[in-house]
Design a protein around this ligand. Structure first.
Ligand SMILES: Nc1ncnc2c1ncn2[C@@H]1O[C@H](COP(=O)(O)OP(=O)(O)OP(=O)(O)O)[C@@H](O)[C@H]1O
Length: 731
């Protein structure tokens, strides 16, 4: 390893010269491309998979197209201040390739920088010392905007005769020990070989990325989205790519990764926003454990189907129809009406079937009219059709139903008893109680209002059963036009919305590829909601069953198996933990293997030599102990500090840290969350508060405590309050 400062500066200057050349070429090429575009020349997408192809007769034209695309993506990168060039490989003999966030060619169409997703860039990620793939030296350039500020080298082929200088301690460790900010960063310069395989897996079918905490599942999945856009741009920009994650906090955390890779055409949605397209609203509210469990279960399907059929007016008069024409009483009873209903619903959805049902009822009534009473058939039909009692009956028997109106009926325990007789008594109680807010009759200190995240999937199911009510569709269109949408609408979304819609079609927005993060938490009812957004799509599903917060794991596994079972699929298991030091992860591993012996336990890549700090306090002394430990943590780490506490303590702790004079000094890097909110996130210092209460309060119990215990990148403190039962596996 060469260590001289002067050598390093000389080497950086050489790299700077290349980077300058790249920017100069890019500026000229994009200026040309823009002016050609202005002249109205049509621009095609270039064939990026054949990157190093010899120049051919179409190359001049393609170069303009290429530059045009590069200019578009560069505009995104500029706003993110990301260095365009970040890597270099020296291959034997004497071949050098530069790797960057986008590809750039010179006037002769020779590559100056290769897009990291091109096949020619693969050795940058895949080469190892055991299998160097012809790479002698891999170099990571650290850039700030267009300035090279550092280099980190790996010598891969020690056997090759080389005079190449080697600098730095390796880029991965440098990246991992850097203090974390509030948002996730891309890892494009340090993707590891096993991660690269998952990123570049084929587009078709279902790709599953599993692995324990901190193995890079989320960040790999996001790079995969960028890779798929690169290799299938025409199809995916038109068809759309959707990334679904557990919460808005999580979506905010990951939102910068794709723009920093030059991609801005991916839609990000929290699972509670996934049915925005048909409902026009989203939710972030989480139900208590018991109601969340029953609402996520497939047993709700039967409940909802029966709920739709349950007459709104529970009176025998609503179940039969009678009209009198010329003194003759024509009537239909419950059995005949049910037959008509079944017949209509076999061919259309409830909200679209009213006219058909009305016709069928009229025809059935006409057939009841005695043959021996004389009346013109047309007159008879008109008198039946316009009979006031028939119209009143139709309003009661076949009203236009909105999903929210139907679901709200579950606030009535008597209704739950009727449609939920296959649920247990506890499930029925939990279900009815969770809708008490509808009737304004919620009891207890905590008043909950509004639809929950779990309700969103139920409402979406109801829209699917009912068809959209006509006035609802109008409201949603207005809502979308008004721009007051919770998610970011991308250009691709807008283009798709312009597609002419069949008048009868539900406005479900569909995607060509759907990427689901924290897939272990997606309930069977939520899988149904997601699958409606991707009837033809390919999927990437990311998850770790050991971190699941949905208790009915057999049901979620069956729902996933059903999705996977339909076509080709492949699974990648990531095995290295890049987040937590080994000392932190070993403690977490002891806790999870007690309850989940099959947990995927990754190998931690770093060690700090500092064991987690375990302490205990009483409820009475909580604030003092919390203050002391947080000040301690703030002194030990430079970056973020997360307090992960049981939901019941959230408000108290948030208030305390906001108002405490001594904690205010570092409030900009201190955050208080529940373990469910902490899913997928990480902090440099973590304080896990009252683990026993976390286990008691949160669905998923020890599995969610495991989530809390695996968030730290540097230091972890665990503060018990009153009890320490969770510590049993540590002895
Ligand atoms: N190749 C890499 N180079 C640099 N950093 C990496 C690499 N792989 C992962 N990381 C970092 O490791 C951390 C964990 O990554 P990520 O959040 O994607 O893991 P995860 O498997 O989704 O974790 P969890 O299951 O706990 O949500 C992040 O800070 C990420 O940037």
């Amino acid at each position: 390893m060469s260590t001289s400062r002067a050598d390093l500066e000389r080497e950086i200057a050489l790299e700077q010269a290349h980077v300058d050349k790249v920017y100069a070429n890019l500026n000229t090429a994009t200026a040309n491309a823009k002016s050609m575009a202005r002249q109205g020349r049509e621009i095609f997408l270039s064939d990026r998979t054949n990157f190093l192809r010899e120049e051919d007769s179409t190359a001049l034209f393609e170069r303009d197209a290429f530059a045009y695309q590069a200019a578009r993506r560069l505009a995104v990168l500029d706003s993110e201040h990301e260095g365009l060039v970040f890597g270099r490989i020296d291959l034997s003999p004497d071949e050098t390739r530069y790797i960057g966030r986008i590809g750039v060619r010179d006037k002769e169409y020779e590559p100056l920088v290769i897009d990291w997703r091109a096949p020619a860039a693969e050795p940058f990620y895949r080469a190892t010392q055991a299998e160097p793939m012809g790479v002698v030296r891999r170099r990571v350039l650290r850039c700030r905007d267009d300035r090279v500020v550092g280099i980190e080298d790996d010598l891969l082929d020690g056997s090759a005769e080389t005079s190449l200088p080697i600098f730095g301690e390796g880029a991965l460790m440098a990246a991992l020990t850097r203090a974390r900010g509030r948002t996730m960063r891309d890892i494009v310069a340090t993707i590891q070989a096993e991660q690269d395989e998952a990123i570049r897996a084929p587009y078709q079918g279902v790709t599953i990325i599993s692995g324990g905490p901190g193995t890079g599942k989320t960040v790999v999945a996001l790079h995969r989205a960028a890779y798929l856009l690169y290799t299938n741009r025409a199809r995916l920009e038109k068809g759309g790519v959707l990334v679904v994650g557990p919460s808005n906090v999580f979506m905010n955390y990951i939102e910068r990764v794709l723009p920093s890779l030059g991609e801005d055409s991916v839609t990000l949605k929290a699972i509670g926003s996934a049915a925005n397209d048909v409902l026009g609203f989203a939710s972030e509210r989480v139900d208590d454990a018991a109601s969340a469990t029953v609402k996520g279960s497939l047993s709700m399907l039967d409940v909802l189907r029966r709920l739709v059929r349950l007459p709104l007016i529970d009176h025998p008069e609503a179940l039969r129809v009678r009209v009198t024409v010329k003194g003759e009483v024509l009537g239909l009873g419950e059995a005949e009406l049910n037959r008509i209903r079944d017949h209509v619903l076999a061919s259309t959805k409830l909200n679209r079937g009213r006219a058909m049902a009305f016709d069928a009822v009229v025809q059935a009534l006409l057939r009841k009219f005695p043959d021996d009473v004389s009346i013109e058939p047309a007159e008879l039909e008109e008198r039946v059709r316009e009979h006031p009692s028939l119209l009143m009956f139709m309003n009661a028997w076949w009203p236009t139903l909105s999903a929210t109106r139907v679901l709200a009926r579950l606030a009535d325990p008597a209704v739950v008893a009727k449609v939920g007789d296959r649920l247990t008594a506890d499930e029925r109680t939990a279900l009815a109680r969770s809708y008490a807010w509808v009737a304004g009759s919620d009891e207890g200190a905590e008043i909950v209002r509004g639809w929950s995240v779990a309700d969103i999937a139920l409402l979406d199911e109801l829209v699917d059963i009912l068809g959209q009510a006509p006035d609802e569709a109008e409201e949603i269109d207005l809502f979308l036009e008004g721009g007051d949408v919770a998610e970011v609408l991308t250009t691709a979304d807008l283009l798709r919305q312009e597609r002419a819609r069949e008048p009868d079609e539900d406005p479900v927005t569909t995607y060509a590829h759907i990427l689901v993060d924290e897939g272990q938490d997606v309930t069977p009812m939520q899988w149904r909601m997601l699958r409606r957004r991707g009837p033809q799509s390919s999927w990437t599903i990311v998850g770790d069953p050991a971190q699941s917060s949905y208790p009915r794991q057999d049901e979620t596994a069956a729902a996933m198996a059903d999705l996977v079972g339909r076509g080709q699929s492949r699974t990648f298991t990531l095995s290295t933990n890049y987040r937590s030091p080994s000392e932190v992860f070993e403690l977490a591993a002891k806790v999870i293997t007690q309850v989940f012996p099959d947990a995927d336990l990754p190998r931690a890549v770093r060690s700090t030599g500092v064991e987690p700090h375990l302490d205990a306090t009483s409820s009475a002394d909580l604030h003092g102990a919390l203050r002391e430990h947080l000040i301690d943590l703030a002194g030990q780490v430079n970056g973020t500090i997360g307090v992960v506490c049981p939901p019941s303590m959230l408000k108290d702790v948030q208030l305390f840290v906001m108002e405490d004079d001594r904690l205010r000094a570092f409030e900009d890097r201190l955050i208080v969350v529940t373990p469910l909110q902490a899913k997928g996130l990480e902090y440099d210092g973590v304080l896990v508060l009252a683990p026993d209460r976390i286990v008691e309060e949160v669905p998923g119990r020890e599995r969610v405590l495991y989530v809390a215990l695996t968030r730290a990148t540097q230091r972890m403190t665990i503060l018990d309050v009153d009890t320490s039962t969770w510590r049993a596996p540590l002895d």
